[in-house]
Every structure is written in structure tokens, then in C-alpha cells.
Design a protein around this ligand. Structure first.
Ligand SMILES: [Zn+2]
Length: 296
């Protein structure tokens, strides 16, 4: 059985009991070794999403790829253990994050670095609990355009982002993300911060490289894998700039496919890691458990 069978069982159970799955369901962790980096999915849960968030998905496309009208989605953060650092990429809602970290023998005070893909609530929720800093020793990295966007936005989300920025101000690092193809500058040893703007104005993917192995954590590049793999041109209503999000998605998918780089995403169903292959229409996503076969 595949390693994601637990999540499928959970989904099936939920369907039969009529219980609506939310991101509060704990799915647990999954670890993949990439060179000397151990990358762990920290699941904040799974759910079935509807089609209402999809922009310009025709009835034909929906009928072909999600005939039941629902598709699996998830909420994840990722832990990256390098030989000298314990790194978190995003912090989920903070619901089961700390339990999952504990499973990997990581207490909050052991986290050295937090890299944010962007500042939506399902990515920064774990940074403050009851308005208190949860990771007392972590350096917090946010892309400059992401920081600037949230500093000037008048909404509840803006307030949450500004509280995080204020609480971590002594450990805050603002940086300029680089172009995927034309700039190899590293943010930290073995880690590039790559511009993937569109979902938010500073949305950033992280390209990890260790011992000649690469791995891409792409944040919210997709929200509906079932549709956005075959049709990367379909954006979602969550995107601040749907047209830019489409450009970023196409560019990154092409790069990951061409260079055979395994990817992970914050809204991909457990284990939330896999590889990208070309398909008759667009791309398809192959679960990480098949990756060895793919390499041969
Ligand atoms: Zn998100």
C-alpha cells in the first residue's frame, strides 16, 4: 500500500460518515531525504474542496478531471533539517504543528530559521499563539515585496501579518527573491529563494540543493492539483494577481519537469511531495513514493 493510504482512508471514512473534513484533521508527517537535507511534510490536515474557487474552468475540464465536483486539498508546512540548521518553511495554522514537530524530535526552541512563502493566515498561524512568539530562537525570513504588501493592506489578514512582523522584529530578515533561471544567489547555504509572484505580490518558492540533489518547496503555486496540473492556466480566487500566478506556475512547472526536481506544496494532499511529468494535457503529478522508479 502506498504511504498516503492513511489520508485516503480518512477521506473515505469522512465521506461515509458525512463528516466534512477540514484542515483540523491530523494526517501526520512524511520525510524525504534529498542529499544531506531531510525534508518533512508537517500536515495540518486535509479536506475536499469544491470548484467555486477555480477561475475560468470550463464545464468540460471539470467533468474530465474532477467528475465528482470535489478534489483533495491540504494544508502543510515543511521541516528541513540540514547538517547544521533546523528550518521551517511556513508555519501552518499552528493547530497540530507542534505535535508534528515533536514527532521529529524538534521542540519550538530548536528551530533556527523560518522561511515564509507568503503571509496568508494558513502559513503564519503557527508563529504566534495567543499573540506570543512561538519560536523564540528562530530568524524569520520574508521577501521584501511580501512584507511591503502586508504592511499596507487594510484587512484582518493584514493585521495578523503585521503582528507577526512586529513580534519577530529583532529576528526579521527581508530579502529580494531571485529569478529561477537567471540568478543562482543563495539566501542561506544550499537554499535559494525564488520569485513566484502572483498568489501574493511576494510569493516565494525555496529551491534546496544538497549533494547535487535538488528539491523545490513551491508554497501556494497550486491549490487544486487535479485541475492545475493538466491546466496550469486556471487560477484560483485566492490569488491576488491570477494572471501573474499563472505565469509563475507555468514557468516553475516547466523548470521542475525539465530538471527532474521533486516538488512539495502547501496545498498538495499528503504526502504533499512528488515529481512533475508531461502529460497529454499540461502535466501530471507523480506521488513521491514512485520517485525511485522514476529515477531509474
Ligand atoms: Zn495557502
Amino acid at each position: 500500500m502506498k504511504k498516503y493510504s492513511i489520508s485516503l482512508l480518512l477521506l473515505i471514512t469522512a465521506m461515509f460518515t458525512g463528516k466534512k473534513l477540514t484542515c483540523q484533521e491530523n494526517i501526520s508527517t512524511y520525510t524525504f531525504q534529498s542529499g544531506n537535507f531531510a525534508i518533512t511534510t508537517l500536515s495540518e490536515g486535509q479536506q475536499q474542496n469544491g470548484t467555486s474557487i477555480l477561475i475560468d474552468a470550463t464545464p468540460e475540464i471539470i467533468k474530465k478531471y474532477i467528475p465528482a465536483g470535489k478534489y483533495p486539498s491540504a494544508c502543510n508546512a515543511f521541516l528541513v533539517k540540514t547538517p547544521d540548521k533546523t528550518i521551517l518553511i511556513d508555519a501552518g495554522f499552528g493547530r497540530v504543528l507542534f505535535d508534528n514537530l515533536k514527532q521529529k524530535d524538534v521542540t519550538a526552541d530548536k528551530v533556527d530559521v523560518i522561511l515564509l512563502t507568503h503571509m496568508h493566515g494558513d502559513h503564519i498561524g503557527g508563529l504566534l499563539i495567543d499573540e506570543k512568539v512561538t519560536f523564540p530562537n528562530a530568524e524569520l525570513y520574508i521577501a521584501q515585496p511580501e512584507h511591503d504588501y502586508w504592511m499596507n493592506i487594510d484587512s484582518r489578514g493584514g493585521e495578523q501579518a503585521r503582528k507577526v512582523i512586529a513580534a519577530y522584529k529583532d529576528k526579521l530578515h527581508l530579502f529580494a527573491p531571485t529569478d529561477l533561471e537567471n540568478d543562482n544567489t543563495e539566501l542561506l547555504s544550499g537554499i535559494r529563494a525564488v520569485a513566484a509572484y502572483g498568489h501574493t505580490p511576494g510569493h516565494t518558492a525555496y529551491l534546496l540543493k544538497s549533494d547535487n540533489e535538488q528539491f523545490l518547496v513551491w508554497g501556494d503555486l497550486t491549490h487544486a492539483m487535479a485541475i492545475q496540473m493538466p491546466h496550469p492556466e486556471i487560477a484560483v480566487t485566492y490569488d491576488v494577481s491570477p494572471s501573474e500566478a499563472v505565469i509563475a506556475r507555468k514557468k516553475i512547472l516547466e523548470y521542475a519537469e525539465k530538471n527532474k526536481i521533486p516538488v512539495a506544496g502547501m496545498h498538495i494532499a499528503y504526502p504533499a511531495m512528488g515529481i512533475i511529468k508531461k502529460a497529454n494535457e499540461g502535466y501530471k503529478f507523480i506521488d513521491i513514493s514512485d520517485i525511485v522508479a522514476y529515477k531509474e
